[in-house]
Design a protein around this ligand. Structure first.
Ligand code: NDP
Length: 479
């Protein structure tokens, strides 16, 4: 399948005609090509977006909302096609794409379509002297760059609010998972989104991604991806005074106290450790367990994980699929070797899986559980972003807190306890943008989302995301 760029309302090859291979991670086989876009493609997309901006930004918000609802309906109408594409591109179980990724992409468009109709701004009165009001105006042309792990889910989390707020968008999905972004371009054409309002360019980060970040007329960048890339983007964008939202990596603690509801905790911890093969930024990759139940937990968790079947992601019964690429699989396996060198004990897993049949050349790794590592070991400090978790015991709240906060990251945390006071006190002290108590991955789109420390800047939710995509201007009127 040949994927095309979507620029100024048309599907097209890149100007330089460069193409790259698109590989299905479950099979290791090439199944299509994607454009290798460059600076010149960004230039024509920006020109189209600039041209579209005056009429798009001056549309009544209800009219813009109608387009967002139409896109949501368009994805819904092609639901199974999106599901299959998300799974094929990413290696994720098709059941996960069906239950999470595609429904969430639909709700992102619906949510921000509704949100823009409720969006308001502030007024501050200086009695007898003046009245101030805040105009929140769209920024202009903005850039949205997203990663491969939840391809259309995260792509739409950026594009939907940017469009709703009245901006025109230059968007780039990850080069390893371009297919659902291409389907989205087709949907935008089907629903008649005005030309140039959304432009989707494919290619590599250092080429087209960098061209987006560097373009002087792109005034804001909303980026989700790794912390290293976030640093590069921040360094490039800061001297141009671009508005930046950075949602970056994590090394999330999952703190388990002996008084928790054990069975519920165990079931959810299996999911929070290994959903999407551990390739969700919010997965709990460091399990920290109160010493009273440490041995029991390790035994029970090991038993459950060693029984987990890894299979063809396109099979409806599969719960664990393939890793996204060969290079990512090699990175994950290298961390398992590092853990062994650092004295870790592999409780279960630790190997690449060589499947039979269709998936014989695919990128599969056993779900892996490691104990016995020092808290400063690399596998306890660095983001692996795969099916690898570590387990560490603690004996006091202070120790749990110090282990939890003892990394550069601060994205999310889960706490399992029935002691309400302890849960709330700990939540206040945890350095993370999202804290779940006795649950994981429950998301209300109105709540702030994002990380602290090296996990990013700009915790945003609902109307705040819309605010990111606007310029605030104070107008002061003397009475
Ligand atoms: P990367 O940082 O490698 O890539 C993210 C996106 O940035 C991709 O589209 C990539 O393009 C692009 N990119 C790469 N280099 C540049 C550059 N120099 N300039 C502009 N764009 C560039 O992340 P991954 O795709 O590997 O995603 C995994 C990471 O994302 C993990 O660290 C994970 O924690 C994080 N993440 C964070 C989330 C959060 O909400 N905080 C949510 C989900 C993931 P290409 O891939 O084509 O090279």
């Amino acid at each position: 399948m040949k994927i095309l760029n979507y620029i100024n309302g048309s599907l097209m090859d890149p100007i330089g005609s460069g193409q790259m291979e698109n590989i299905e991670p479950a099979t290791g086989l090439v199944y299509g090509s994607i454009p290798r876009s460059m600076n010149e493609d960004v230039a024509i997309a920006v020109e189209a977006a600039e041209k579209a901006f005056p009429s798009w930004s001056s549309l009544n918000q209800n009219e813009r909302a109608k387009y967002l609802f139409a896109i949501a309906d368009g994805i819904k109408a092609r639901f199974e096609e999106f599901v299959a594409a998300e799974s094929k591109d990413n290696g994720k179980p098709i059941s996960l794409a069906r239950a999470v990724d595609i429904p969430r992409a639909i709700s992102n468009f619906k949510h921000f379509g509704h949100a823009i109709t409720q969006f308001s701004s502030e007024s501050h009165s200086m009695p007898g002297l003046a009245i101030n009001y805040t105009l929140r105006q769209p920024i202009g042309v903005v850039g949205c760059i997203s990663p491969w792990n939840l391809p259309i889910y995260l792509f739409s989390w950026k594009i939907a609010p940017a469009l709703a707020a009245g901006n025109c968008v230059i968007a780039k999905p990850s080069e390893v998972t371009p297919l659902t972004a291409y389907l989205l371009a087709e949907v935008c054409k089907e629903v008649g989104l005005p030309d140039g309002v959304l432009n989707i360019l494919h290619g590599t980060g250092p080429e087209v991604g960098d061209a987006i970040v560097s373009h002087p007329k792109i005034k804001a960048i909303s980026f989700t991806g790794g912390t290293t890339t976030g640093k590069i983007i921040a360094a490039k964008a800061a001297p141009m005074f671009k508005k930046l939202s950075l949602e970056l990596g994590g090394k999330n603690p999952n703190i388990i106290f002996a008084d928790c509801d054990y069975d519920e905790m165990l079931t959810t911890t299996v999911r929070s450790s290994f959903a999407n093969q551990g390739q969700i930024c919010l997965c709990g990759s460091r399990i920290i367990v109160e010493d009273k139940i440490y041995d029991k937990f390790v035994r029970d968790f090991r038993e459950k994980i060693s029984a987990m079947a890894v299979g063809d992601p396109q099979d409806n019964a599969t719960k664990m699929g393939a890793l996204v690429s060969k290079s990512h699989m090699e990175k994950v396996l290298s961390y398992i070797d590092i853990a062994k060198d650092e004295g870790g004990k592999i409780e279960t897993g630790g190997q690449q899986i060589h499947m039979n049949g269709r998936c014989a050349q695919g990128y599969f790794v056993q779900p892996t559980v490691i104990t016995g590592l020092d808290i400063n070991a690399r596998c306890n400090q660095e983001e692996i972003f795969g099916p690898v978790v570590t387990i560490t015991p603690f004996s006091s709240i202070e120790e749990a807190l110090s282990i939890a906060n003892g990394v550069v990251y601060g994205l999310s945390c889960t706490i399992w306890t029935n002691n309400i006071k302890r849960a709330h006190n700990l939540a206040a002290k945890i350095e993370a943008g999202v804290v779940w108590i006795n649950c994981w991955l429950l998301r209300d789109l109105r709540t702030p989302f994002g990380g602290m420390k090296a996990s990013g800047v700009g915790r945003e939710g609902g109307l705040e995301v819309l605010r990111f995509f606007t310029e605030a201007k104070n107008v002061c009127v003397k009475l």
